[in-house]
Write a protein that binds this ligand. Sequence first.
Ligand SMILES: Nc1ncnc2c1ncn2[C@@H]1O[C@H](COP(=O)(O)OP(=O)(O)OP(=O)(O)O)[C@@H](O)[C@H]1O
Ligand SMILES: [Mg+2]
Length: 377
Amino acid sequence: MSTLELVGLTKKFTGVTAVNDVNLSVGDGEFVCILGPSGCGKSTTLRMIGGFEEATAGDVRIDGKSVVDIPPNHRPTAMVFQKYTLWPHMRVYDNIAFGLRLRHTLKEEIDREVKSSLEMVGLSGYERRYPAQLSGGEQQRVALARALVLKPKILLLDEPFSNLDAQLRVRLREELHAIQRRIQITAIFVTHDQEEALSLADRIAVMSAGHLEQIDIPSRIYAHPRTLFVADFIGVMNIFSTRREGNMLHIGQYAISAPGGLDSTEKINIAVRPEDFLPIEPDQVPNNSFLWQGTIDQSIDLGHYRKVLVVVPGLYPDEATAISHRLKIYTPKASELKEGARIWLYPTRYLVYSDREEPIEVHNQAMKTVNLNELQR
Ligand SMILES: Nc1ncnc2c1ncn2[C@@H]1O[C@H](COP(=O)(O)OP(=O)(O)OP(=O)(O)O)[C@@H](O)[C@H]1O
Ligand SMILES: [Mg+2]
């Protein structure tokens, strides 16, 4: 049983509040990714959990007990850092055994534990090598073994794979995922790579400018971003600023339904995922339709789907803005969408962000005349 709680955790450096009132509860065996842009306070948060940075305010509790007064080497945490941090003059064996020796663990037990942790990261037989004789990926596996051998209650990982090439990163990510599931260790993984977070995490904590924007399971972070920041930061999103007139939201010369329950009249943005646009073939455009009309600027075959960039002048006050704000649309690969062609489309699902707390999800009913079954392929 190992749980972690961050309560009002805050870190102020001179002139910067790096972490601002962060509250987070991590359950036993849970894998939480802290995701956010560079400088948002991810590492500082992790370093406060590990004890490498003193909190200005707030508390870090492990299994319900505050650990803020415990130095890092006595906390029940172990950290894997971004940069290789193995001791270059020590063999792999001694790098891993180091922490156990500090704890005066018996020699036979050290032997057993070093062996088993190397096995866990797939490096059995590497005991006698020096770090310089290992690849980057192997070094990070040793760093992981060195953390795991301490049997920490909470495993902390600060972008451990970001120095590795893309393929190796994916492989180590999958291995880490398997290890974490097998030993069911509670872990916090910091990254600015959303694919990494989406593929590893039980829950993702999205951070921006020192505070938490949303904590949720990956599918909800993607489908229901709670703030416009998260909507924009996670995945690809088309964002439009609108003005409300009655029960319609106006975007340039177009209008779409405003959701019921929207009180706000100002600062309303809508966000549409690229896969939530329905393109309509010219011969199927219904009469009197108020579909969005544009021109296909780029149509890119991405193997399993097609990415289409569309210029829709009517959405913006002028052509130049329309060109710089091309709509991003994903469609099935088979769709015949050629560059230069005219296109009609509309958003089938969108999220409405106002100054209210929660976004409102709209499934577009405005195009009732269109037979979706006929058109969607
Ligand atoms: N020791 C320090 N003294 C002063 N400011 C610091 C210190 N460490 C971090 N900061 C500032 O705190 C903020 C958060 O830094 P942090 O390293 O936590 O960001 P991060 O989210 O990990 O970014 P990255 O993705 O680039 O690693 C930044 O503005 C940074 O400049
Ligand atoms: Mg960092």
